[in-house]
Design a protein around this ligand. Structure first.
Ligand code: ATP
Ligand code: PRP
Ligand code: MG
Length: 396
């Protein structure tokens, strides 16, 4: 915080009527939204430079975690954290800083996705959740950005090139055919509208399209061809409805990137900031355990048998009943004629949600009865593969 003190003081001077400052922390609880944004914007360039001078990170005690402040990723990110018992405590939706009571050294900052990436690079954030498309576009391959979890299972979309279904494009169905059209020359290049001004030109260059120009807009790019502003667009596609409704089509070889929400970190922060790696480990473990569990059910059933081994053999003879590491088989004790015996065994397995009905059928086929299905909350492995991967990326 000490490094930022001068900026807070400058902000206090600039926006004196808007708030008073007693400590750096009181800045973000008392300042009005407008003043806060203008203050940060006017100071960000200097702060950026200072934050990472000589590759050193700015001193502060808390780990800053950037979450999307609005848009389709915002609610899903909060939901994921909540499902991992990491609820974000935000007093009101217009407050841009919040806490995760479960992890006391984490400070959540709500930001636009592209600003999350920029601030990770500048050292103003340590961790963040955004779409892979945003990391790739605004990160521009910067090695300080490390993808800690690459599949948070929401925000699925692809960055894809699309052209009109009509006119000169009617019979064009691939990037190769598009590139081979005689229409594109130095004087009259293919005009592409996109918000991805880094990834767009890079993709075209890598695919040998030489006569291309780009224009940009903030949204509703699908209108550009019909308006005569562009020949093609390069934008995110999810269901494909927007393309369809605007008479556009994707082409073979035209997908630049498949994207979904990812957890991304600043390498410098992970290495240099006290507590950052431990905190990232905890968040990663919770995400992994929860996301693994999401796709599975716990299945419990009773089965008649002579021994646990014999029952286990029967269960393992069925392809959908292997469980994570094999079935748990426990004797069920009953009293018969005053004697305790175990003619029944309870089996517990995890079953992929998609294979649920098949698994129930296979259980019945081998004599299973009283099949109970329950949701799973977490599956913690001994060690998550992504944690190993992260350590190796960090050279640890
Ligand atoms: N149609 C979509 N379906 C699923 N995910 C999408 C879709 N469009 C975008 N995304 C993902 O969600 C992220 C945020 O998109 P969103 O539209 O909420 O914000 P934005 O386009 O960056 O900002 P804005 O629309 O306010 O300019 C994108 O970076 C992408 O990863
Ligand atoms: O394939 P679909 O499911 O139809 O989704 C694709 C649309 O979603 C996004 O737009 P968004 O809704 O974010 O509006 P924007 O253009 O204002 O960003 C994207 O830019 C496409 O236009
Ligand atoms: Mg959008």
């Amino acid at each position: 915080m000490s490094l930022l003190q001068p900026y807070f003081q400058q902000c206090a001077t600039a926006f004196a009527p808007a708030f008073s400052i007693s400590s750096p922390h009181s800045f973000y609880v008392s300042v009005s939204k407008r003043s806060f944004i203008s203050c940060c914007t006017s100071q960000s360039q200097t702060a950026l430079v200072n934050a990472t001078i000589d590759g050193k990170i700015a001193e502060r005690d808390e780990i800053r975690f950037g979450l999307p402040s609005k848009g389709r990723m915002a609610a899903d990110s909060l939901d994921l954290l909540k499902d991992c018992q990491l609820s974000v405590k935000q007093v009101n939706p217009r407050q841009y800083v919040a806490q995760i009571p479960q992890i006391s050294n984490v400070e959540v900052w709500f930001q636009r996705p592209k600003d999350i990436v920029r601030k990770l690079l500048s050292g103003d954030l340590d961790l963040g959740i955004v779409g892979l498309d945003t990391v790739s576009e605004y990160g521009q391959g910067n090695e300080d950005l490390i993808i800690v979890h690459d599949a948070l299972e929401y925000g699925d979309c692809r960055l894809s090139l699309a052209i009109p279904k009509y006119g000169i494009f009617e019979n064009i169905n691939s990037l190769r055919e598009l590139a081979g059209m005689p229409q594109w020359t130095t004087e009259k290049p293919l005009r592409v509208a996109t918000g991805f001004t880094y990834l767009g030109p890079k993709f075209m260059q890598e695919n040998g399209l030489r006569h291309v120009t780009f224009s940009t807009a903030d949204g509703a790019l699908e209108a550009a061809p019909a308006m005569g502003i562009a020949d093609a667009i390069l934008d995110l596609v999810s269901s494909g409805t927007t393309l369809k409704e605007n008479n556009l089509k994707e082409i073979e070889g035209g997908v630049v990137l498949e994207s979904q929400a990812v957890l991304v970190a600043s390498r410098k922060a992970l290495i240099q900031r006290k507590g950052a790696l431990d905190t990232t480990h905890e968040i990663l473990e919770r995400f992994e355990a929860h996301l693994r569990a999401l796709g599975q059910f716990t299945v419990t059933a009773n089965m008649r048998g002579s021994s646990a081994e014999e029952v286990a053999e029967r269960v393992l003879s069925q392809p959908s009943l292997a469980g994570l590491q094999g079935p748990t088989v426990c004797p069920v004790f009953c009293k018969h004629d005053g004697k305790v015996a175990s003619n029944y065994f309870a089996i517990v397995i995890c079953v992929p949600k998609k294979a649920l009905y098949k698994s129930v059928q296979q259980l019945r086929a081998i004599g299973g009865s009283g099949v109970l299905i329950s949701p799973l909350t977490y599956i913690f492995d001994e060690e998550t593969p992504r944690w190993r991967e992260l350590l190796s990326k960090l050279g640890i």
